[in-house]
Ligand binder design. Sequence first.
Ligand SMILES: Nc1ncnc2c1ncn2[C@@H]1O[C@H](COP(=O)(O)OP(=O)(O)OP(=O)(O)O)[C@@H](O)[C@H]1O
Ligand SMILES: [Mg+2]
Length: 265
Amino acid sequence: MSNSETYRVRMSGISKRYNAIQTLDDVSLVLRPGEVLGLVGDNGAGKSTLSKVLSGAVVPDAGTIEIDGMPVTFTSPAEARAARVEMVYQDLSLCDTVDVAGNLFLGREPRRRIAGISFLDKKRMHEQTRQMLDRLGIVIADTRLKVENLSGGQRQSIAIGRAASFEPSVLIMDEPTAALAVAEVEAVLDLIRAVSARGVSVILITHRLQDLFLVCDRIQVMYEGRNVAERLIGETNIEDVVNLIVGRKFNARSATNAYRDGAPA
Ligand SMILES: Nc1ncnc2c1ncn2[C@@H]1O[C@H](COP(=O)(O)OP(=O)(O)OP(=O)(O)O)[C@@H](O)[C@H]1O
Ligand SMILES: [Mg+2]
């Protein structure tokens, strides 16, 4: 990579303290156009907080963010959205009692005027929803179904579809597959591939380490609020990632073996 390379995202020196806890301590993160970055680390490592800094939901105490080489400061998710950064939160923030189309268009429903009065243009909303779902390969039979009647995987797809519909250049997904059945996980991973193939840069937070090897180009490991390692996906394996996550280079057994073999520990 050349020095003149412009990153899609460049976060530097990000710190955030909550009372006694230094949740983020001088953390950095870069993301290239169309890249899928796996962000991993133990519970409480700071993954969600770092992502929320990028999505405007958390304001850091220190640090800088650049998008496509331009410095930005976000004090709300709306500001991040204007810079084409979207985040799918773990709780999904969908409206259960609203149908699929309504959730995709929440807050920006197409309207039409009849005799000077503005009406919700339901026909257009359902047509556009169908187009959006097809484009992303999301299989949902009826856009009039209420979200509460969808499977976990379908709900996750709708949340991702909604985020993707804002045409983001950066899409952050916090644990999108945590609660899903096998086939549903496959569908979400396919969706991540489809989105990144269109040039969107993706940050995937997951505890399902096997998923990293299916969709990520690179991983970044955090430990207790700090960066600890970064790996191209082709240069690591599950054991390596596990060791980085738990914060030690060797487990007791491999350290013993290395000592016995005369290798430097
Ligand atoms: N709003 C908050 N107020 C106080 N402490 C917080 C707040 N948000 C996060 N923290 C603390 O910051 C630390 C990092 O939390 P964070 O949610 O970023 O971790 P994480 O890596 O996403 O973990 P997990 O894998 O469990 O989701 C935790 O110790 C958490 O308790
Ligand atoms: Mg989290």
